[in-house]
Design a binder for this molecule. Structure first.
Ligand code: ZN
Length: 468
């Protein structure tokens, strides 16, 4: 009988646009090889640009508003995914798969059904003084070692679904803390990436309030006050470096897969839980916004099981598609009530099934500020709505891929905006999304300074966080 093993690489905070294979500044040769040996989905969106909600969504195949994992936790406590909710791990283990997970969890209970390795760290020495390692890279060092060990001794008597869940390039968050405020860059040998076309943010007055005050609800953004253009370019270099670490670890796991003899029978999947602002609008990491840099993520299906090679797949996709797609691939019945679509036809045809729209949502990070938002992408159009201040955004991604001009207030686009509003309303209704009745909460204290992230002073909304 045909074997259908599945090896899944998850990265944390990898923006689609950052990768050199997508025209970006960051080289990742092992990821590039995977893309060459399969299909690379060009327009895949995460369901929520934050770790835990995104992860809980793709492991259960359900929107955050349906599985109620709406934040990273802390002040806003989440309810863990119930035992009755099918998860990717539970469904595949029930159908005879050996379901193994190594690395970062942060899943709100959505990894149920996987045997999860302990999350531990392995200290490794810094290789470059400009780019120090922290617990994120130490965790990855442990994950890769355990993953390689496991694959090396796997017998393949049962089909294997194995997740290698890496945290990098997330080490960039700690790097910001080490380089907060006015500072001199630590020199390094190598090219310094150019800033993106949307680095300058002249349109900030024309954006919704939660976007205008991103610096007030996000400690990492506030730590960039005082940064120069050159400091931001070093951010990109550091991001690229930490991605390179993850990429080399992916290479090590693939080598172990080869040696185990499982390569020909294994579908390889790679994606990221969400993106990173990568200095667009002079912003860093993720949170609150729903711009392309943070919601659009790589999604690659690779290996002998994928009939098409080196294809950039056009058409909209969502990480919610993962669950039904993998079920379909493994000839396992798709559970009822999933929110994604089976896109496994791209393995053979290279074409993605057409859909009307994809959606991404935001509620809060830890619960200190709450700014519910929704994003609808349909065709070339993208519409964003926040409850706070009834903030709206409309972008024509065909003519403005960097979202530099918000068209929501431009009279000639009112008809288009109405269409996108109606599409959002239809989505809210269809998926029982309580978005419009949610309360938002942002103290005036965090909405008080002159516009511009560089005008921020002092601490941010999570006053009692230890991350200050
Ligand atoms: Zn601020």
């Amino acid at each position: 009988m045909e074997k259908k093993n599945i090896l899944i690489f998850v990265l944390d905070q990898l923006a689609w646009r950052a990768l050199d294979i997508h025209g970006g500044f960051a080289a990742a040769p092992n990821i590039a090889k995977l893309a060459q040996d399969g299909v690379d989905v060009d327009e895949c969106y995460c369901p929520y640009p934050l770790c835990q909600p995104s992860r809980a969504s793709f492991w259960t195949g359900k929107f955050s508003h349906r599985n109620r994992v709406w934040s990273n936790g802390r002040k806003w406590k989440i309810t863990e995914i119930g035992e009755d909710v099918p998860t990717l791990g539970s469904v595949f283990s029930e159908h005879g798969y050996q379901t193994m997970h190594f690395g970062k969890k942060h899943d709100g209970g959505a990894l149920r059904g996987f045997w999860c390795d302990e999350e531990k760290e392995k200290w490794i020495a810094d290789e470059n003084p400009a780019f120090p390692f922290n617990m994120d890279t130490y965790a990855d060092a442990y994950t890769v070692e355990r993953s390689v060990d496991y694959l090396s001794s796997y017998s393949y008597e049962k089909p294997l679904m194995m997740v290698v869940d890496l945290i990098n390039p997330h080490n960039i968050c700690g790097w910001i803390g080490k380089n907060r405020g006015v500072h001199d860059d630590v020199p390094f040998s190598g090219a310094l990436p150019e800033l993106p076309p949307n680095y300058h943010f002249d349109d900030i007055a024309n954006r919704p309030i939660p976007v205008q005050y991103l610096c007030c609800s996000h400690v990492r953004q506030s730590q960039t006050v005082g940064w120069t253009d050159m400091n931001f370019r070093h951010y990109l270099a550091a991001y690229s470096y930490y991605l390179g670490i993850a990429d080399s670890y992916i290479g090590r796991v693939l080598e172990a897969l080869d040696k185990s003899g499982g390569r020909d029978d294994t579908l390889i999947v790679l994606f990221s839980d969400h993106g990173d602002n990568i200095t667009s609008r002079q912003s860093v990491t993720k949170q609150v916004t729903l711009y392309e840099e943070v919601v659009r993520v790589p999604l690659i299906f690779s290996g002998c099981k994928v009939g098409r090679k080196g294809v950039h797949v056009k058409g909209l996709a969502s990480l919610l598609d993962l669950f039904p797609t993998l079920c379909s691939y493994a000839s396992i019945p798709v559970p009822e009530g999933l929110d994604g679509m089976d896109i496994s036809s791209i393995f053979s045809s290279g074409d993605i099934p057409k859909r009307e729209y994809v959606e991404s949502e935001w509620f809060t990070e830890w619960g200190y500020t709450i700014s519910p938002g929704r994003m609808i992408r349909s065709g070339q159009w993208k519409y964003i709505r926040y409850l706070e201040g009834d903030g709206e955004e409309l972008y024509d991604l065909q003519h403005d891929p960097y979202e530099m001009r918000n068209l929501a207030g431009v009279a000639e686009y009112f008809a288009k905006k109405e269409m996108m509003r109606a599409l959002l309303a239809k989505h809210l209704d269809k998926t029982d999304d309580p978005f419009l009745s949610l309360n938002w909460k942002a103290s005036p204290k965090w909405r008080s300074h002159e516009l511009g992230y560089q005008c921020h002073r002092g601490i941010t909304a999570p006053e009692d966080t230890e991350e200050q």
